[in-house]
Design a protein around this ligand. Structure first.
Ligand code: BGC
Length: 378
């Protein structure tokens, strides 16, 4: 009896959970078709909070397709670069809005040695490996499950990366959860486990323009980065291994400074990056979420704060955008019309013993968190 009773209870509560989930998801998270990838349909999920802030996320690459936030006067504008349908994301996008994995940023010579074995990765950036390879986590279909909770709603995305994919060892199970809260915060949580030791460095590659995507360049945005150091790079954007002080250089953003104020200064590091395209070493104290960067767009008043558990931040000023990409609503994305703030471990860590380790081993759990807090300056 008791046993039957327990079985019955399990069934009832599972059924309740299912109907609860679908009712809630119908209310709180809308799902719509977003085209097909190699014949498979993909969806776009709309997360909308009590204040009207709206994030649209597709399960192709976990891409944030749009993010609408109010300006000083309450006018909503889409503040991320992207496309209206999935097709241009498949081949023609420089990682707009995507989840990046297995390794965000570059691995020099597309090679690393781990536990005495040398692994060769896909070369997709000259001789180097960039953002997980030819078909990284930005170009795969993720299993998606919407959810809602008190004052929040979101999307859980899951992807299993096969042993050997893009050259990486081990089967990696990744879960990325987007949560939009009523406090106008978009949280991204990354969790992963593996069955063989492998490098992991997951990030989010949204290109922001707080004045509105496609409206103009980002050079007038005022940026603060909470970092006294950065990792200088060679001409192929691979870190030299040094950590250089930002003091007295165009890389010092400890005091809010317009992105454009020094971007074309005569500086060898800016030449290597064709502008800002570097990893800042965050001034962290202890564990947990800490302020990494704050951006203010003076005309609209929109602000973006980035908090993270990660030790590094890639600030990329959209230097490779050249006006050849037409995005949402037919708007052309010109030079430096979007910036990325990619929370991460440092580039090329698998080849730099002095950098914090990015190696995940069986039995360990990879877990990092980044919050994009949206606001307006008074
Ligand atoms: C990198 C850039 C690269 C871009 C791809 C950024 O994360 O730092 O060097 O060109 O991604 O669009």
């Amino acid at each position: 009896m008791k046993k039957n009773g327990m079985v019955l209870m399990t069934i009832v509560s599972a059924a309740a959970a299912v109907s609860h989930a679908s009712a809630v998801s119908a209310q709180g998270v809308e799902r719509a078709a977003f085209g097909t990838v190699a014949g498979r349909p993909v969806e776009v999920y709309t997360l909308r909070n009590a204040k009207g802030v709206e994030a649209r996320v597709t399960n192709f690459g976990g891409v944030i397709v749009s993010l609408k936030t109010p300006d000083r006067a309450g006018k909503l504008e889409d503040i991320v670069l992207g496309f209206d349908s999935v097709t241009p994301y498949i081949a023609g996008a420089p990682y707009f809005g995507a989840i990046i994995g297995r390794y965000g940023n570059r691995i020099g010579n597309a090679q690393f040695t781990l536990d005495g074995k040398t692994y060769t990765l896909a070369k997709n950036d000259g001789a180097n490996h960039l953002h997980g390879g030819v078909k990284g986590f930005d170009k795969v279909i993720w299993a998606a499950e919407p959810f809602t909770g008190k004052g929040e709603r979101g999307l859980v995305l899951k992807y299993t990366s096969a042993d050997g994919e893009e050259g990486y060892p081990g089967t990696l199970k990744a879960t990325v959860t987007y949560t939009l809260t009523d406090a106008n915060e978009l949280a991204v949580e990354y969790v992963a486990t593996t069955d063989k030791a492998t490098p992991v460095n997951l990030t989010q590659h949204s290109y922001f323009n707080l004045a509105g995507a496609g409206i103009g360049d980002i050079l007038g945005h005022k940026l603060m980065i909470a970092a006294s150091g950065f990792t200088p790079v060679d001409a192929g954007l691979i870190p030299t291994g040094a950590i250089a002080p930002v003091k007295g250089t165009p890389f010092d953003f400890r005091v809010p400074t317009a992105i454009g104020a020094r971007i074309d200064a005569d500086d060898p590091q800016l030449k290597n990056g064709k502008g800002y395209d570097h990893n800042w070493v965050l001034d962290r104290k202890g564990k947990g979420l800490q302020l990494a960067a704050r951006v203010v767009e003076p005309t609209s008043g929109r602000t973006l704060e980035v908090r993270t558990t990660e030790p590094g931040l890639q600030f990329y000023a959209g230097n490779f955008l050249d006006g050849t990409i037409k995005g949402k609503g037919g708007k052309v994305y010109g030079h430096r019309t979007g910036f990325c703030l990619e929370t991460q471990h440092y580039p090329d860590s698998p080849n730099k013993a002095s950098f914090p380790s990015t190696i995940l081993r069986p039995g360990q759990e990879y877990r990092t968190r980044t919050v994009f807090a949206l606001g307006v300056a008074k």
